[in-house]
Write a protein that binds this ligand. Sequence first.
Ligand SMILES: N[C@@H](CC=O)C(=O)O
Length: 319
Amino acid sequence: MSDRKFEPKGVIPACLMPFNADMSINEPAYRAHLKDIASVTGIAGITINGHAAEVHALTIEEQKRAVVVTKEVLQSDVATIVGICTESSLEAGRLAAYAQKEGADGLLVFPPAFMSLGGHLRPEMTQEHLRHITEASDLPIILFQFPLASQLSYPLDTLLELCRRFPTIRAIKDQIGDGNRHERQIRELHALDRPVYTLTTHSAWLLGSLAMGCDGLLSGAGSVIADLQVALFNAVQAGDLNAARAINDRIYPTVRAFYDDPLLDMHNRMKEALVLLGRMDEAHVRPPLMKPSAAEIEKIGRMMQLAGLTSENVYRYAA
Ligand SMILES: N[C@@H](CC=O)C(=O)O
């Protein structure tokens, strides 16, 4: 276990998971990718086993192996936040305990996907899920607040009650998708007796979201543009709107490359971008994700050019 107490705020990129053509994990490429992200000055940690790493397509053994490999690469230099994404609360508890034993610094807790069939009407089920996790581990938790449209988001009252009941919830990763609700959540989480941070993952409108008072961001796009995200966050924190808008202009073409419909291709496209930028040799995704079309890969290349990103400056562009 790490001896540092991790505070989940600031810029926390979520890494990708490189695969070989036969769909096995490309461990050397994963290690190199982690090193690239970790080389960015100013990040607060790296999230593994998240959407960006195609966690839905990783076995439990692969998720555990990813924790071990990540710790070998990052050691105690950069905080490791482990996604806990499983349909089973028992499995979630076991994964959380494993992550803590292997030295992780925090957990990113996903809602079980089957809860979309009415979980918002049974808040006690979410409490039970979190009970299993918090009894297995006392690591700081980032609770993933899904988009309203997903039917997996926690109603505001439920969210606040979860934060009151489970003191290790220290932040939410917010993808609620509605600006009105987003701002209200930020304010009400800050107003709790034990304030809870908001890490935005509204990666398609980061500037607006950060300006509402977020405490940081946790985004898959950090696998490619972590340095620009750090620069944007710092400019917003400093209240320097002109600088923030200038950085946002550099980020914007990458938003079009990664986050245009259909959203589920976002991390798939980031892999293609890293191949185009010379940071990954190959871009394979596990089905049901499928390789973007040649036309889309061409668009990704064009957007990287528009953003000014090159193999020489990627991860250093904001400097
Ligand atoms: N918004 C996230 C995806 C959700 O986990 C991202 O930007 O990668």
